[in-house]
Design a protein around this ligand. Structure first.
Ligand code: FMN
Ligand code: EPS
Length: 389
């Protein structure tokens, strides 16, 4: 059985839930580290009031004993603190005497799932769509990814992320060793590597917010220590670059994915794109450059995996856009109560965890076993095979 997870829960409901299946036994879970990753997702300049209400923590309710996985499905929940303000609106049972009509959402917001979901599921209260389409769900995706990240760390694989651009402001690209990149971006409110860009981006986000607008950006994830040969060229759905692309595109508001230089590859010559193959005693086979972001033929090539994603501007705007009421079919301009102005730094944390998940899944497919000990032995055996190749 390959590694998988399902999530459930609404943004203003009592909690989010995830069930992970396919984790090996005897993986040590560092709960503090996992909650730190949830905390990182909540940070980032430009987020709205909701993030002050939530203090995300994962509670495990299955599959772990005394800090170690047992091989059983892992179940975890994250409470929504905001639930207490929404209980009446979100109640599962009918509430006697409540004015259903008053709480019904019938004005779809442009850029959200509201209208498509209402039409598709035949729901006249669009809250039934928006509650689940909210990026609140990315909390438990990060929790699942944080477990994948801890699993990968056992094999020396490290994950970092950074913001490359917010709207008109591009961050200078600094090629830092991965530990330094993790440290420096962690200290930055917008997850960039230099203080000057950080200041510029903060002021820019403030300005956009003041103008009642929102802004998106471009983020990058780097994974180092990935062995050669994860994924496969032999079948479309085994190509790991394609699976990573699907994961990234599934993050709310993501509109594009690149591996390595990505779209730039269509603008320059082959000699400027392909990475020359080298061999040395210490490094074995490697590439002179890493323009293709660690992939050839849907398989990792041992170079760092480099993935970029683009996030559109937040759709809910204080400067309202026009839409159509589903009851009257009349035009109105959407009203806003609260929203993030920019969630690009937060989304870059989500992306790290989505990428970590896909790599962990492919790692388990290649070196799979039911316990960590079995996987370690399989991994050592493969490394031995590579050394003798
Ligand atoms: C971390 C994060 C936070 C977000 N916060 C908001 C928000 O506060 N307001 C909003 O309108 N959209 C927000 N979004 C984006 C919407 O969830 C998303 O655009 C919407 O569900 C429609 O999905 P699509 O853009 O993928 O088509 C956020 C996305 C992410 C990743
Ligand atoms: C709750 C989170 O993000 C939310 C994602 C979101 C959306 O429409 O996607 C809308 C906002 O929620 P609300 O409407 O309650 O203010 C964000 O705060 C979170 O990231 O944990």
């Amino acid at each position: 059985m390959s590694l998988r997870y399902l999530t459930a829960g609404e943004t203003h409901g009592p909690q989010l839930t995830a069930i992970i299946e396919g984790l090996p036994s005897n993986l040590n879970i560092d709960f503090e580290e996992l909650n730190f990753q949830l905390h990182r997702r909540q940070k980032g300049y430009g987020r709205g009031r909701r993030m002050q209400i939530e203090k995300d923590q994962a509670n495990f309710v299955g599959g772990i004993r005394h800090g170690y996985t047992t091989g059983a499905p892992v179940a975890l929940v994250v409470q929504n603190n905001d639930w207490k303000h929404w209980q009446n609106i979100m109640n599962i049972e009918p509430i006697e005497g409540s004015d259903e009509e008053k709480r019904r959402v019938h004005r779809p917001r442009p850029g959200h799932a509201d209208l498509n979901g209402g039409l598709k599921y035949n729901l006249k209260d669009l809250r039934n769509v928006l509650e689940r389409s909210s990026a609140r769900e990315t909390t438990v995706r990060v929790a699942c990814g944080a477990i994948a990240r801890q699993f990968l760390a056992e094999f020396g694989i490290k994950v970092a992320g950074r913001v490359l651009r917010i709207g008109e402001i591009e961050a200078p690209y600094q090629d830092l060793p991965i530990d330094e990149l993790i440290e420096v971006t962690e200290a930055s409110s917008v997850r960039v590597t230099d203080a000057e860009t950080e200041k510029k981006m903060e002021a820019y986000i403030d300005q956009i917010k003041q103008e009642g607008d929102s802004i998106g950006g471009i983020v990058e994830c780097i994974v180092e220590g990935v062995p050669v040969g994860l994924g496969s060229h032999v079948q479309y759905d085994r190509k790991l670059d394609a699976r990573i692309a699907q994961g990234v595109m599934s993050i709310n508001a993501f509109k594009g994915v690149e591996i390595g230089i990505g779209f730039e590859a269509g603008t320059i010559r082959g000699s400027q794109v392909h990475d020359e193959i080298m061999h040395s005693e210490e490094r074995g086979y490697h590439r002179a450059t890493n323009r293709l972001g660690g992939f050839e033929g849907g398989m990792t090539n041992g170079m760092p995996v480099v993935v970029r994603g683009v996030m559109k501007p937040i759709p809910t705007l204080y400067k309202p856009l026009q839409s159509v009421d589903i009851d009257t079919k009349e035009a109105f301009t959407a009203q806003v109560e609260r929203s993030d102005a920019c969630a690009v730094p937060a989304a870059s944390v989500v992306m790290e965890h989505v990428v970590a998940w896909e790599i962990a899944k492919a790692f388990l497919e290649k070196f799979g076993g039911d316990s960590m000990e079995e996987i370690r032995a399989n991994f050592a055996n493969y490394n031995n095979q590579l050394e003798n190749y």
